[in-house]
Design a protein around this ligand. Structure first.
Ligand code: 5AD
Ligand code: SF4
Length: 475
């Protein structure tokens, strides 16, 4: 079951129901997809709380239903379409209810959405959330409302998010938006627009406020954090002079600024890009105990020809040299990845290169997907989606099984050691147990004792399951 979840949904596609907060009008807000969507939903909640909305967990009571959508694979979109049927039922008993589609799917389908899915009243792309109060007013007046304009500047830097996480311990903080990479399989550059970095001062301020509100971990989010560069004055990266570039804040410097807020504030980030990840970032990570020793470094394929077709900007050898750097600078670092099976033209031998690369790296964790052709992407225009579904599936099974084996080995290697764990809350299975993560992002479960969410505890790992360590506190 767990395994299927990874195959079908991975990091993206999970629905998160946001808990209740503030005001008198009721907003039911669901987020599908990546952490960035979750973080965007917190911006949406902040904009709407000024309009008197509070979030509810009961769809039937809502004045407004918003779904923040993901377009990364076809099944992510199908899931949202199914969900729209549930909203349709809720609206039958409450005809004044307004239904809005937000995010990547809204951006991809634009006004077509209003024609195709007749029950939708509002369609809003990821850069247009400031316009929500207007759009809601239009929809309440009986008009259909759309804003899917992408921006080159919008970072929502000045908006303090309404935190919607469940544990009050880990907060997501967006540091940039959009993506300029144009990986040939990926729809994100079309749905989220051009890359732009957010002012570091506003990022540090948001992280500090989270710490002061009791949060003990921030995850800095961007599609490609290694490409973060803020130069002030709204200057685009491409036109910077050498001098301006040297004076700008890069990701390594930003990471350090956030780490310096407080030693008890853990810092994580996602996602790295192998073509841009610098040793400077790795050295900053090594220098600060509170920067977690964990890197998500998507490889996508272990074959250089497939990587070229994917337009990833690196070869197998380059990727492995980045892994060597991580292991050299931080031998204890946890590493995870994303893998796509059955990309256009992928042969058995090319697939085996991915298997061999996995054997070499031995990832702690991986998110694995079958290739899903997306409209408008470079791959859709240039290549044939010619690997049969059964082969995509059998290759996926092969990588999933191998990863399962590696994850178990990595878990076993951590048994018998003491781990510094940030407590996130009760474990899924029992209220008498707590769960938290070590710096490598491995989940540990242990008896509750006197401890609570937000505490740091030292846990001796005594045994392990496929994905979790079990232990006892040795403070
Ligand atoms: N098909 C399958 N997987 C995809 N991803 C992105 N686009 C596609 C696609 N068209 C995967 C990549 C990426 C992760 C977020 O989703 O592995 O790293
Ligand atoms: Fe998509 Fe590539 Fe950008 Fe990631 S780096 S969002 S895979 S285009």
């Amino acid at each position: 079951m767990e395994q299927n979840k990874v195959i079908e949904e991975g990091r993206q596609g999970e629905a998160l129901h946001q808990p209740t907060r503030g005001g008198s009008k009721k907003l039911f807000l669901e987020s599908y997809g990546c952490q960035m969507n979750f973080s965007d939903s917190e911006i949406v909640a902040a904009i709407l709380s000024k309009e008197g909305y509070s979030t509810t967990q009961t769809m039937e009571d809502a004045d407004l239903i918003f779904v923040n959508t993901c377009a990364i694979r076809e099944n992510a979109e199908n899931k949202v379409r199914q969900r729209l049927q549930d909203y349709r039922k809720a609206k039958r008993n409450n005809p004044n209810m307004v239904i809005g589609v937000l995010g990547c799917m809204a951006e991809r389908l634009k006004s077509k959405f209003l024609e195709e899915e007749k029950l939708v009243d509002i369609v809003v792309g990821p850069d247009a959330y400031r316009d929500l109060p207007n759009l809601i007013e239009q929809a309440e007046g009986g008009q259909k409302a759309v804003n899917v304009i992408l921006s080159k500047e919008e970072t929502y830097a000045d908006i303090a998010p309404v935190r919607l996480d469940k544990n009050g311990v880990s907060a997501f903080v967006s540091i940039m938006r959009g993506c300029d990479n144009m990986c040939s399989f990926c729809v994100v550059p079309f749905t989220r627009g051009r890359e732009r970095s957010r002012d570091p001062e506003s990022i540090v301020k948001e992280c500090r406020e989270a710490f002061e509100a009791g949060y003990r971990e921030v995850t800095l989010l961007g599609q490609n954090v290694d490409s973060y560069l803020f130069s002030g004055g709204g200057l685009k990266k491409e036109i910077l002079t050498e001098e301006q570039r040297a004076a700008a804040t890069n990701f390594a410097q930003l990471l350090e600024k956030v780490a310096l807020i407080h030693p008890d504030l853990r810092v994580r980030y996602s996602t790295s890009h192998p073509k841009d990840m610098t040793d400077e970032v790795l050295h900053v990570m090594a220098r600060y105990d509170n920067i977690c020793k964990y890197i998500h470094l998507p490889v996508q394929s272990g074959n250089s020809k497939v990587l070229t077709d994917m337009n990833r900007g690196y070869s197998r050898e380059w990727y492995l040299s980045r892994i060597d750097s991580i292991r050299r600078i931080m031998p204890e670092c946890g590493i995870s990845t994303d893998i796509i099976t059955g990309f256009c033209g992928e042969t058995d031998e090319e697939h085996l290169d991915t298997i061999r690369l996995m054997e070499t790296v031995k990832y702690d964790y991986a998110f694995m997907f079958m290739y899903s052709e997306r409209p408008k992407t470079l791959a859709e225009r240039r290549f044939k989606d010619d690997v049969p579904e059964e082969i995509k599936k059998s290759r996926l099974t092969a990588v999933v099984n191998l990863q399962q084996k590696h994850s178990e080995e990595r878990i076993k290697a951590q048994i018998g050691k003491v781990h510094r764990v940030l407590v996130e809350g009760p474990s899924k299975r029992s209220n008498a147990m707590l769960m938290g993560r070590n710096t490598q992002n491995t989940v540990l479960v242990f008896p509750k004792g006197q401890f609570k969410s937000g505490d740091y505890v030292n846990v001796l790992a005594t045994s392990g399951t496929a994905a979790t360590l079990i232990g006892e506190v040795v403070n």
